[in-house]
Ligand binder design. Structure first.
Ligand code: CP
Ligand code: NVA
Length: 307
């Protein structure tokens, strides 16, 4: 049984399937109004070094629904922001809390925190990974399509944290992954190499291209994310230029499977990575996707912090 959720690469295919299936059960229980308190008397600390709407609210509400409580810890207010070592922060918080969720910049910082913490640590987004997002995304695909294996997901845009975690999730579940990025904005080569290894075991294929039309051919899921992520605000203008031609618009959507669904982790920039008529159109599932963050994270919290 794993202690932390730092990247999806460490999970087995069975782990990913178990989280997705449990998410469906917890969602149904919630809709039926069933009380389920496996985390009674447990506390989750949530450290944020970047902004958040979905992650913060869904973790906080998720803990409440599971019978526990969540503490919002802004790094501006923690001693961490004034230079207290990560290792000391991890050891101190382990004396009070039952779990930590952290959103920060460097993946290494989350790894260090987890190494020194005796309680589970959950990655709520780093510059390199966004595992909770990808779990909710595949749960959403499963809900909409009835399964995952053999489906094709096409990602258009920046080879960023969201792309990395999606790739890792796809190769664990036998989904085919195709990504179109402009030159200079491709995925992390280490993440790609590791995913290629996992893909051989599950029968997934991985395609990298510069051509969005090639990527979306026969795709069941179209996915995009912002061109400038948190921490890259100063590069925004340069990136908007570099990503011209990489918008999911009605024409690109038409080139995918006619039944394709459109996904975006949000927040979205209409008119940049996605056209308004597509994200607000009938094939978009972005708000179900956002809702599902709550259900998959409850499955993760229950798995890591229960018992
Ligand atoms: N998708 C996502 O992680 O959203 P927030 O930045 O609002 O948490
Ligand atoms: N790639 C985006 C995702 C936001 C949820 C970012 O890191 O800002």
């Amino acid at each position: 049984m794993m202690k932390d959720l730092l990247t999806l690469s460490k999970l087995t295919s069975a782990d990913v399937k178990a989280i997705i299936d449990r998410s469906a059960e917890l969602k149904q229980m919630q809709k039926q109004g069933k009380v389920h308190h496996p985390l009674a008397n447990k506390s989750l600390g949530m450290i944020f070094e970047k902004s958040s709407t979905r992650t913060r609210v869904s973790f906080e509400v998720g803990m409440y629904q599971l019978g526990g409580q969540a503490l919002f810890l802004s790094s501006n207010d923690l001693q961490l922001g004034r230079g207290e070592p990560v290792a000391d922060t991890a050891r101190v918080l382990s004396r009070y809390l039952d779990g930590i969720m952290i959103r920060t910049f460097a993946q290494e910082m989350v790894e260090e925190l987890a190494h020194h913490a005796s309680i589970p640590v959950i990655n709520g987004l780093t510059d390199l990974h966004h595992p909770c997002q990808a779990l909710a995304d595949l749960f959403t695909v499963q809900e909409k399509k009835g399964g995952l294996k053999g489906l094709k997901l096409a990602y258009i845009g920046d080879g960023n944290n969201v792309a990395n975690s999606l790739l890792e999730a796809c190769v664990k579940t036998g989904m085919h992954f195709s990504i179109a990025c402009p030159q200079g904005y491709e995925m992390d080569p280490k993440v790609l190499a590791e995913a290629r290894g996992a893909a051989r075991e599950t029968g997934s294929s991985i395609e990298t291209t510069g051509d969005p039309y090639q990527a979306v051919m026969k795709a069941d899921v179209l996915y995009t994310d912002v061109w400038a992520s948190m921490g890259q605000e100063a590069e925004h203008a340069k990136r908007v230029k570099a990503f011209q031609g990489y918008q999911i618009d009605a024409k690109l959507l038409k080139a995918a499977s006619p039944e394709a669904i459109v996904m975006h982790c949000l927040p979205a920039h209409r008119g940049e990575e996605i056209a308004a008529d597509v994200i607000d159109g009938p094939q978009s599932v972005v708000f179900d996707e956002a809702e599902n963050r709550l259900h998959t994270q409850k499955a993760v919290l229950e798995m890591l912090m229960g018992k």
